[in-house]
Write a protein that binds this ligand. Structure first.
Ligand SMILES: N[C@@H](CCC(=O)N[C@@H](CS)C(=O)NCC(=O)O)C(=O)O
Length: 212
């Protein structure tokens, strides 16, 4: 198999890349990554010293790519997809929304698990409260924005929705959406999208590993 995605079925950023792979119907193999295994960890860090999944290898092309958004840009080109529109203005909006979900939802959502995984006594209540407050701001913005659109960047499902789905799914488990009907309906639509539904289904056997 030429395309290999290094990742774990539970990883939110892997869900982002997997959603794109399923949208594009791209043939690939998942190289199951267990960072708890010293040998697997060393091999992965040799590939990408930052140590963050996913990483995509296109063995036939001799390409190794980290960063879910960059992976999606590559896959979209390679498979002639529409996850990033050809129209420059529309593409800019997709990239803006993609950045928004990564930086203003996903990043804050990750704080909760990261703090729980710290050694005993090394908690960060201030950091967790700050992340929760920032999520509330992002939720308000998304709820307003989704009042008149079906998908994050307009009428068409795009890379921005690949970013939004795992970020919102896991964020909602940390800071509930409250009375934000457009945000609630948007996450429902994302969960109903077959590509993301498939990534979520594959994560189910591992949900008990999410730090609580
Ligand atoms: N900026 C990266 C972030 C990737 C990321 O945060 N991955 C997490 C899993 S969702 C990870 O590899 N965590 C392992 C670790 O930090 O040791 C991307 O967009 O792909």
């Amino acid at each position: 198999m030429s395309l290999v995605l290094h990742g774990h079925p539970l990883s939110s950023y892997c869900h982002k890349a997997l959603t794109a792979l399923y949208e594009l119907d791209a043939p690939f193999e998942l190289a199951f990554l267990n960072l708890g295994d010293a040998q697997a960890r060393d091999a992965f860090y040799a590939l990408w010293p930052v140590g963050k999944m996913p990483v995509l290898e296109d063995k036939a092309a001799g390409v190794t790519l980290p960063e879910a958004s960059i992976i999606i840009e590559y896959l979209n080109d390679r498979f002639g997809g529409s996850l990033i529109p050809k129209d420059k203005d529309k593409a800019l909006e997709v990239r803006l929304q993609d950045r928004f979900f990564d930086l203003h939802v996903h990043q804050h959502m990750q704080v909760f698990a990261a703090v729980l995984l710290r050694p005993p006594g090394q908690g960060d209540p201030y950091g967790v409260a700050e992340a929760a407050a920032k999520l509330e701001v992002a939720y308000d913005m998304i709820d307003r924005r989704m009042a008149d659109r079906e998908w994050a960047a307009g009428d068409a499902f795009s890379m921005a929705d690949c970013a939004a789905a795992p970020a919102l799914f896991y964020a909602e488990g940390r800071v509930p959406f409250g009375q934000r009907p457009n945000l609630i309906a948007y996450l429902q639509r994302l969960k109903g999208r077959p590509s993301y539904a498939r990534a979520l289904k594959e994560a189910e056997p591992y949900f008990h590993l999410v730090p609580r």
